[in-house]
Design a protein around this ligand. Sequence first.
Ligand SMILES: *Cc1c(COP(=O)(O)O)cnc(C)c1O
Length: 369
Amino acid sequence: MQRPYNFSAGPAAIPEEVLQRAAAEMLDWHGSGLGVMEMSHRGKEFVAIYEQAEADLRDLLAVPPEFKILFMQGGGIAENAIVPLNLSRAGTVDFVVTGSWSQKSRKEAHKYAAEVHTAASSEDGGFTTIPTPASWQLSRGASYVHICSNETIHGTEFQELPDLKALGSDAPLVIDFSSHVASRPVDWSRVGLAFGGAQKNIGPAGLTIVIVRGDLLGHALPICPSAFDYKIVADNHSAYNTPPTWGIYMAGLTFQWLKAQREGDATGVAAMELRNIAKAQLLYDFIDQSSFYVNKVAHHCRSRMNIPFLLQDDARNDAFLAGARERGLLQLKGHKSVGGMRASIYNAMPLAGVQALIDYMHDFERQHA
Ligand SMILES: *Cc1c(COP(=O)(O)O)cnc(C)c1O
């Protein structure tokens, strides 16, 4: 029996092999007599799971040794507060607003940063593009610059991270990479901190991944809760409070799955990137040649992960979604702020799923055009 294809933006599809393995180990992890959810987070079994997950993530994303990897809770939205609590140093923070998520982050930062400055925004154009970094109005001496490197709702993605030094800024770059983590390599020479919720591309909701350069730790505001102080979390190997043990275990299984993926000579994240380019290209090419469907995002910044598209006639949306469900193509409804449809095609979505969606879109167009 084949499972349906799940195009949800998040919580999203998890590779079937990962789910099978978790199911097989549910009652008894490696002969311990315990399921992972029942283990002490300080026992040797769980510490082994945690250490392996951290090492595999470091390896997969080629995270340099000067960066700490933290496993936290609260999701991307909590990080909107936790980042300024730790990094703003009661100074000015810069935001580049390219969609709903960076907009939300900017709003939350007002509570903690002395000043919030918008260095660039694509709001006027309906968030269909990313302003070129050369046009950003960065402030002098900012504590950090925040971007959302993949906007899950509007479907824009930075194809290259900005080089802040080349733009005359010494501020660390903060990226919200919730919805494209592990889909492509990260240029850590340009990053101070990256955060992401796990539920898009890594595992179950409840786990947040933070990767932060060591020199940025230890400057939290006095009001920062201890459990959210990056230095305290790092010094305690993410176990100052009880970490989301199940989420870390599931993420670890996904990391092992990722390490085993191959495309030609490429493995791991490099292999995923090739696959993600091919999947996105196939869908965008189909949408662009059609006069029945449209994606309005500028070509240079189209997301490989989240592809919003509109039907020319909104009145057909319900019929489109119902027909899709019948074919085992689930969760294609677009976000309410954008309307239409959205296909989220994260790492766990195979090329065959994208092809099945295109076949359906083609048939629906023939019936209704
Ligand atoms: C989903 C998402 C979030 C929010 O994550 P929560 O786990 O709901 O807090 C933040 N940023 C981006 C880019 C996302 O896609």
